[in-house]
Design a protein around this ligand. Sequence first.
Ligand code: ADP
Ligand code: MG
Length: 681
Amino acid sequence: MAADPNAPITQLKGVGPSLQQTLAKLGVFRLIDLMLHLPFRYQDRSRVTPLAEVRAGGEYLVQGRVTSSQVLYGKRRSLKVCVEDHSGRVYLRFFHYSRFQQNKLQEQTHIRAFGEFRFFGRELTAAHPEYETFTDTPEPPAATLTPIYPTTQNLGQARMRKLTAQLCGLDWADSSGTPYGTLKFLHQPPAGTGMTEVEEAQQAIALDELTAFYLVMKGRALQRQQDLARALPRSTGQGRALLKHLGFRLTKAQARVVSEVLTDLENPVPMLRLVQGDVGSGKTVIAAFAAIRAAEQGCQTALMAPTELLAEQHFINFSNWLTPLGMRVTLLTGQLPAAEQRQRLAQVLSGEAQVVIGTHALFQEKVSFHQLALSIIDEQHRFGVHQRMALKDKGQHSNGRPLHPHQLVMTATPIPRTLTMALYADMDVSVIDELPKGRQPITTHTLAEEKRPKLVETINKVLRAGHQAYWVCTLIDESDELEATAATTLAGQLTQALPDYRVALLHGRMKSDEKLTIMHQFKNADIDLLVATTVIEVGVDVANATHMVVENSERLGLAQLHQLRGRVGRGAHASHCYLLYSPRVSEAGKTRIEAMRHSQDGFYLAEQDLKLRGPGDILGTRQAGEQSFRIADLGQHAHLMPQVIKRGDSLLQAASGSTDAQTLSNLLHTWAPADSGHLTV
Ligand code: ADP
Ligand code: MG
């Protein structure tokens, strides 16, 4: 009987409640989930290697006669076993062993072992190999490559292999949309299979997975077309008034994006538009034009920023831009005194405040809007999708149907175009591909840490000339607390080294009003040098700050370095960025920071990051948290995207035809059971 891919995993022999729980941790609930739980590498135990062919650094299955076995007493007691065959000799070494094992590994027994060989002194040795002893004839070597699975506590490789072997033994009839043959091949590649063949098979599966993802995203877009939003047509033309007192002219790119956004807003369909623009390309003002349009129709806009610093800064900008037009802007943060908070909430509820700016505090249940028609999310890669959804629910109703707010999503994270098209297929995308005129280039220097004293001299001169600087302390992978401590220490050192200047400290562990005060002082040039952690990564805009030093720059990804560097070069003066690296920097780390020296183009750097260290860093939460692929690896498979889009689109187009409809529905059921509902055809 053909196996049912959606049957619960408990259908396999030996899977009881406890193993079921363990498997759930790996995302395995159905038979198909285990089918899709593919090995991340293989061992070749299909061939016995003559001992003379064993090389250091390789994994081998070997076999021979034990010719000596002795206990060594050194720093650590160990059991050393010599194995010989007709061609040569190797050693096995055990640091933990029982009396029973020691007896078994007597001279003259036969042994087969699998392990990685390295030189111990001059002797090729495997430490703690897997082995079996035998007297007569051994079992034949494995008929397939041995899969190594991602696994979790209480579930060893051997048990995992037994499960997948049982699974592959079921009757899987290949069906359109799920290539069981390929999946079985990947669980049990026959002996002699080369890695190219394996990679090709993985790629075929990745193509399916990415296509399913693309279809889900497209499905969401289609769903959105069915939803209702308030149409926001042009009426009083207040946008023009803003243009007049803005103090600068929009770049061509900004003007184009503003008109794309405003056109969307005229429709009674919820907009979901992603505005991508490099650091400093001027995204904030785009949001202001959209907010004006909502206000023209008597509606409210919510603008959400990832940090209080940035929310505050947006509040200042929006107030400058919109108050002269008679609009009211309010700021909601988590830190307000209760009375003040109540008053502001009342303004939001009554509709008196047309633009409401805040951090995720905006999602709190107590925030109710009078007429929310537009929500804007800045630096979206910092937020999860759930937070976005919460704002979506704050809309109104019309004739019993929910009115969804339009959504404008902004990001400085440059994502290569093909990736954007596939990964953000649920959104429309606008790109600001031009910086405002007159921006000074930033010269980037890479510098070994030991040059720090000289750098302090340089900064001294910069400050003497009346400019300001950032000194950024990074400790990726360590706690907030450690980062704060490191920054505090550094601030102390720099205060001593630069006695004539005002040095201040800013880190994520400080209270938010303290942070804001420091930021204000820095903006007003009451502080000369700001020692900070990466909290200043987004949004901080101080034109007089012309120099930036980044400690341990080798630990950061290019996207993040690029963001940080974007804090300088905002005024009319030439700017410099110094990337300090530790003496222990790896070759790859060095290559990465060198790339920073050569380019200021966020998109180019994103491509490099993708090549050098995979996508996690560039894509932020969307991939790291919200969406992780089971098999596809964007670092390896990004080049498949054009194919994914083509295939996905043609499946959608043909979705009314019966065969493709079946393929499409199978694909979705396999990969995304929860989402397949959107696309029933
Ligand atoms: P980002 O895209 O990084 O969010 P911002 O919106 O913060 O950029 O803009 C960076 C700075 O450039 C701000 O001080 C902003 O007022 C200014 N700016 C924006 N557009 C222009 C323009 N067309 N010409 C000159 N300056 C501009
Ligand atoms: Mg911004």
